[in-house]
Design a protein around this ligand. Structure first.
Ligand code: AMP
Ligand code: MG
Length: 397
């Protein structure tokens, strides 16, 4: 049986580039940029007034003038109004372009306005105040977003501001989520006392959706001929098959054999870990990948976060994020020769340290616990006793 690190290495050796496609920028949330985006003009594109008030030339203030005649009012979007006399000002609004003849903006709070005149009520004026200068944030042709960056709401706003209505993003692999098991009924059916509703596909689908990947789903029975037929169709139509169930030692666990018959080469079967020991991973000669997770909902969930998502992120060329570590909040013992992935609840303590409190649950079948926890903490294989205060890697969900 291989270790978690060996399994990870085998999977990451199968990182695949699925190319790029153009999408409308508003639909690009969660996708990964496949192009650098440049500013189409300076940001801001002109000397932008940042306060409502008046624009003046500071020389006037220096020469002792403290009352100005309001020459005109300039709203945001209006062409600039020129000041001709020293004692003139322009009443001006936030977002307006600063007239070339002015260099300073005084906010209403520092003025008294009366009968077309504006009088200073402060002597705390500085030349150049309340102006956001042209090109101060970015110059035209500066890169504002990079290849490998995830499209966030803030980035969508930035794209709008530089007029990028279409974005070149990394193509997602075509993924099908396949659940298996004759004991499982659809959520809309009424289970017999011996059946359960299937949930894995819904969980996996939601996780993928959070990562911008829309996957199809399929349920297959524990019947060898049907399994083989359905998997063959999936291998034709998808890049990645994400299975749950049917890979353990049970009499009705037909999946590994069916995959083998379909020429999907097994790259490993079984990993020294709990939950998720029977995890099976393989690759068809044509490059299609099969992640076959054990059916226990917690095992499927753990394997998805620990193996599939890092593979997906690497395949999409996402700028690598450093791994997350947390401090174990309670001592914990684990006496099995496999690596323990323990469900934890995370919080920051008063020193801003990320603390992980184990929530043990009732083994890998206890998925009710998942909704109450935040992450799996990955405890080293070589040890059995883990002390409060020790730091380990965590996989947030
Ligand atoms: P298996 O890996 O097929 O032996 O399944 C292990 C356990 O997980 C069994 O108790 C199954 O009933 C359960 N299980 C398998 N698939 C699902 C699923 N899609 N939703 C909920 N439970 C499942
Ligand atoms: Mg099963």
């Amino acid at each position: 049986m291989i270790t978690v690190e060996e399994a990870e290495k085998i999977i990451l050796a199968q990182v695949t580039d699925y190319g790029a496609e153009i999408v409308p920028f508003e639909l690009a949330l969660g996708r990964v940029l496949a192009e650098n985006i440049k500013a189409d003009r300076d940001l801001p594109p002109f000397n932008r007034v940042t306060m409502d008030g008046i624009a003046v030339n500071y020389d006037a203030i220096e020469s002792g003038i403290s009352t100005f005649r309001i020459k005109a009012t300039q709203a945001a979007g209006d062409p600039p109004v020129a000041i001709e006399e020293q004692n003139e000002c322009v009443e001006i609004m936030t977002g307006a372009v600063l007239p070339a003849s002015a260099d300073t903006v005084i906010r209403y709070e520092d003025l008294k306005l009366r009968a077309g005149l504006a009088t200073l009520v402060t002597n705390q004026i500085k030349r150049g105040q309340n102006i956001h200068y042209k090109g101060h944030d970015k110059k035209q042709d500066d890169i504002v977003a990079n290849i490998g960056q995830c499209v966030s709401p803030a980035l969508i706003g930035l794209m709008a501001s530089v007029g990028e209505t279409e974005l070149r993003v990394k193509k997602m692999p075509r993924v099908v989520i396949i659940s298996s098991g004759d004991e499982l009924v659809d959520v809309n059916e009424t289970p017999t006392p011996y059946q359960i509703r299937r949930s894995n596909s819904y969980t996996v689908k939601s996780v993928l959706k959070q990562h911008g990947l829309l996957a199809d789903t399929l349920h297959i029975p524990d019947e060898p001929a049907t399994i083989k037929k359905q998997l063959a169709i999936c291998l034709e139509n998808y890049d990645v098959l994400l299975l749950s169930g049917g890979v353990s030692m049970g009499k009705f666990d037909y999946i590994p054999k069916a995959l083998n018959d379909l020429k999907v080469n097994q790259l490993f079967h079984k990993v020294k870990q709990r939950p998720g020991k029977p995890f099976w991973f393989g690759r068809h000669d044509d490059g299609k990948l099969v992640f076959a997770f054990p059916g226990n909902p917690v095992a499927t969930f753990m394997c998805l976060h620990r193996y599939f998502l890092p593979w997906l992120q690497a395949s999409l060329g996402i700028n690598e994020k450093p791994p997350l570590f947390a401090v174990l909040n309670n001592r914990y013992s684990f006496h099995q020769p496999v690596k323990c992935f323990l469900q934890v609840k995370l919080h920051f303590n008063e020193y801003c340290q990320l603390m992980a409190a184990p929530v043990e649950g009732n083994g890998s079948g206890d998925f009710a616990n998942l909704a109450d926890t935040d992450a799996f903490i990955e405890l080293p294989l070589e040890r059995n006793e883990f002390k409060r205060g020790e730091v380990f890697k965590v996989w947030r969900f």
